[in-house]
Design a protein around this ligand. Sequence first.
Ligand SMILES: C[S@@+](CC[C@H](N)C(=O)[O-])C[C@H]1O[C@@H](n2cnc3c(N)ncnc32)[C@H](O)[C@@H]1O
Length: 236
Amino acid sequence: MPLPVRPVNDPRQYDDLADQWWDRSGAFAMLHWLAAERARQLPPATSSGAVLVDIACGAGLLAPHVEHLGYRHVGVDLGLPGLRLAADHGVLAVAGDALRLPLADGCADAVVAGEVLEHVRDPYAVVDEACRVLRPGGVLVLDSISATRWGRFTAITVAERLPGGPPHRLHDPELFVSPAGLTAAFARHGVTVRLHALLPDPVDYLRWLRDRTRPVRLRHLPGTSGLFGGSGYRRA
Ligand SMILES: C[S@@+](CC[C@H](N)C(=O)[O-])C[C@H]1O[C@@H](n2cnc3c(N)ncnc32)[C@H](O)[C@@H]1O
């Protein structure tokens, strides 16, 4: 059956594509590669019961990558089909808005905001919420897409046409974000974030095109003009 045509960036598109979430060779393949990359930025939990808050967790693709780190993985998202899949993968799944997280101040030892800032009207409200729930000394990991010509070209013109890249109409380039603006906003909350560009490894990607099995590593490059990611700690 054909999928409904939704407005650009309508989060219901994730519900329409729910059967794709956990298909590592399907429409959300790149989110699996990004999840692995995010997990590499996270330190192991330092106490039993340490909490990782995964803002806009989708279907919990981060779960298998953080299992060994010892966090209680709490995921918040608007999409109920995704949350059900996240729960199936061991995530404590909470329905809620990234702009008003239904979580207590300072409850998180780690906060992850992966591929969400470029999907909301007010990314700085998500920054405020991420920092509100992050305890002093806690770690923040994020990735997003830069509001530059290069960001639009790579994420829309190129990536939407490539296997593994995001489905068409999922991104509204008007919502792409300013890395410098984000860094400053985090700094105002005492979170020093270091950002770098992220690029799928070309050799891995060619191999993935051939066999669609082994994941593609994301390489760190200087700059932040396209897909970018980074991490930082909140001042203790
Ligand atoms: C690109 S997906 C990323 C999902 C997940 N972080 C990952 O990387 O696999 C964007 C997610 O943001 C969610 N989302 C969009 N706007 C949201 C909001 N205001 N509050 C919570 N989740 C939101 C969507 O439902 C979707 O699951």
